[in-house]
Write a protein that binds this ligand. Sequence first.
Ligand SMILES: Nc1ncnc2c1ncn2[C@@H]1O[C@H](COP(=O)(O)OP(=O)(O)OP(=O)(O)O)[C@@H](O)[C@H]1O
Length: 256
Amino acid sequence: MISVRGLIVEFGAHRVMDGLDLDVRRGEVLGFVGGSGQGKSVLMRTILGLVQKKAGSIRLFGQDRDALPPRELRLLEQRWGVLFQNGALFSGLTVKQNIQMPMRENRDLSQSFMDDLALLKLKLVGLPADAAEKLPSELSGGMIKRAALARALALDPELLFLDEPTSGLDPIGAADFDELIATLQKTLGLTVFMVTHDLDSLYSICDRVAALSQGKVIGVGSLQELLASDQPWLRAYFHGTRGNRLIGTLERKPDG
Ligand SMILES: Nc1ncnc2c1ncn2[C@@H]1O[C@H](COP(=O)(O)OP(=O)(O)OP(=O)(O)O)[C@@H](O)[C@H]1O
């Protein structure tokens, strides 16, 4: 679904991506980890075309995004949905209007059909129908994430980008959100690229994990494989107190 080769991204003299390679396979949930400021969000934004790259190639759905004319690129962009870190809802629009924004921009649908669709998307993410008429400022943090997810699903995407979906949620809210993503991924057959710091999310919903350090992917595989790696950065990242607790949990699982 995504294939990145030799990616270089710089901001002035600061090289953030330094020859990065990464593949995301159809139907998987790929967790993307890395230290703070290493460039996880930059990679996501570069894949989405929001940040310019200096060199390298990015293929999406088998197509080189540099080779696509603008019209085809626009069609391609409708095949993915994005949940930004803080939700990025339009503060002056209701939840319903936020969800309908991508439909309005990319489809020619009647208002009543879009109203039905918005309610369906709300239900899909576990929000009550009366959330439709609320402004983002009237929602809790967890509800904002769900509303933003409903908007990301507005055009029935095949690919979902999530930037730290559980950040700012309490542990129960985070676990519920993980479960929601896992359910949606299975029922809708989604491929998910998820930037996260949340070890619980990596453990509970990711099929594979890729780790970023110094502008490159330094490890990719199942969580168990990364936990067993001798690579110094991976050891430091996963074998802190919280990581060791996670390893304890994995070791207690009969199928390991
Ligand atoms: N528009 C920009 N202009 C200049 N520098 C930028 C820009 N966007 C990001 N950076 C820099 O790129 C680096 C990577 O930032 P990024 O937000 O991708 O990190 P991250 O790994 O997602 O961090 P965190 O886990 O803290 O969210 C940082 O040093 C940041 O300051």
